[in-house]
Design a protein around this ligand. Structure first.
Ligand code: SF4
Length: 440
């Protein structure tokens, strides 16, 4: 299906539509309101992104939806680039790139070789039945003659395309998604033995906060993600799970500063927690901020029902100024004061994140200083041994150093959780996969 100037001018991604807006659209098409529930059930509960698979809708409606929500091609995108987009054969396993096997690209792989390139079509997408895999199949079926005939987002509620997927032996899976403007973000599915299935999502392309220990800041800030893009991250991660499982938690701890994009993030989370959305409990959602006081106060003022985590990472302004330049604008006292407002307003305890960087903030003296800072607060400190990134100079402290730090905090009466980062082998520190694949 070729895009028309009409669809381009009016294009608004499907996932931008609230339930009410979708109902209004269907009404304008002369359709009854119950269709909204059917469509949402497919997208949120049955994990399909394809309109063509929504089998309890009429064929005409499926076609109409696919036409209405086909993402227009990017300016300058031609058949060649669309075709290249469809044949990226990147699959990473434990950080090692490999060519996908026929099993990994699905039943259609053998027939989905394009005549022109001899490359496998839709490798990464086929792994999760995305739209591009279908484009390859269409070509193989001889119906369109070319994968390039299918624009990005054809027959899909999604607007992005999967560029890479990496799998860690601890069960973590990381996706790199490219949006229609070429911008890329990562999101991660984390599994643990308590049965938690957590989505870690990004909220911005790049990040302006420039935390010294984080690879996400290396490429600078590009733009905020939209509601639909954040929701697409969640739906793609949810779709990685087997049919009988679904996401149990959301942590907004990927690339970007959430409180600088609340206008997109909060509507996306509202869909995630809606009973006819992903149906997650409000308390299963954690927003993690670098500590923007105005953003924290807005979360308090709007009484958002989610948990708040503040990235503290240092016990004093001298160290925090060095590793988190944002601290020079909003020093620790301001951040803690805003966190107090959040706690007093919502009654929800704030978590303080603390990445242990060897030789910088991981000494017993730092633990004691941190304990003094948080004395008399209803708070918990989440200690995270640093996950090394090849492009950054920091080191992970030894287990002994980590233990001493945690003991000193606990002895001083601070409640501590220690979190070993999952997904180390797939470059799971935020921003690292996107950064390492930036030239592809
Ligand atoms: S740690 Fe978070 S806030 Fe800091 S640069 Fe990385 S993504 Fe941005």
């Amino acid at each position: 299906m070729e895009k028309t100037s009409e669809t381009t001018a009016e294009y608004r991604p499907f996932l931008e539509y609230s339930k009410e807006e979708l109902a209004a659209l269907l009404k304008s098409w002369g359709l009854p309101g119950y269709r909204v529930g059917q469509i949402r059930r497919w997208v949120f509960a049955r994990k399909t992104d394809r309109f063509s698979e929504m089998s309890d809708l009429s064929k005409e409606l499926r076609t109409k939806l696919a036409e209405a929500f086909v993402a227009p091609r990017q300016e300058g995108e031609d058949g060649e680039t669309a075709k290249k987009a469809a044949i990226l054969p990147i699959l990473l396993e434990n950080g090692v790139e490999k060519t996908p096997s026929p099993a990994e690209v699905g039943e259609t792989t053998g027939t989905a070789k394009t005549a022109e390139t001899g490359e496998f079509a839709g490798a990464a997408e086929a792994a999760e039945t995305g739209g591009i895999a279908e484009a390859g199949q269409t070509a193989a079926d001889g119906k369109s003659g070319s994968v390039a005939a299918a624009p990005v987002g054809f027959d899909s509620v999604f607007e992005g395309r999967l560029v890479a997927k990496s799998v860690s032996d601890d069960g973590s899976e990381k996706l790199l998604i490219e949006w229609r403007d070429g911008a890329r973000v990562e999101c991660v599915l984390l599994r643990d033995d308590r049965g938690h299935r957590s989505a870690c999502v990004s909220v911005q392309v790049g990040c302006a906060m420039k935390c010294a220990f984080c690879a996400s800041g290396l490429g600078g800030f590009s733009r905020n993600l939209t509601k639909s893009e954040i929701l697409e991250e969640l739906l793609r991660l949810n779709a990685l799970l087997p049919k009988e499982e679904r996401l149990t938690h959301i942590v907004v701890m990927g690339t970007g500063e959430p409180t600088l994009n609340l206008d997109a993030l909060l509507p996306a989370l509202a869909e995630a927690t809606a009973s006819d959305g992903l149906d997650l409990g409000n308390r299963k959602v954690t927003i993690s901020t670098v500590g923007i006081p105005a953003g924290i106060r807005r979360l308090a003022a709007e009484n958002v029902p989610y948990k708040l985590a503040v990235s503290l990472h240092a016990p004093n302004d001298r160290i925090r100024d060095e590793i988190m330049p944002q601290n020079r604008i909003h020093p620790i006292a301001e951040v803690l004061s805003a966190a107090d407002v959040f706690f007093k307003t919502t009654g929800r305890r704030v978590t303080f994140e603390y990445i242990l960087l060897d030789g910088i903030n991981a000494g017993v003296e730092h633990a004691l200083e941190l304990a003094r800072l948080l004395r008399n607060k209803t708070a918990i400190v989440n200690v995270i041994p640093y996950n090394p990134a090849p492009e950054l100079p920091f080191k992970t402290p030894s287990t002994q150093t980590t233990r001493r730090f945690v003991d000193a905090l606990e002895d001083a009466g601070i409640q501590v959780k220690i979190r070993f980062r999952k997904g180390d082998k797939i470059n799971a520190a935020c921003g690292q996969l996107r950064w390492s694949l930036r030239d592809r």
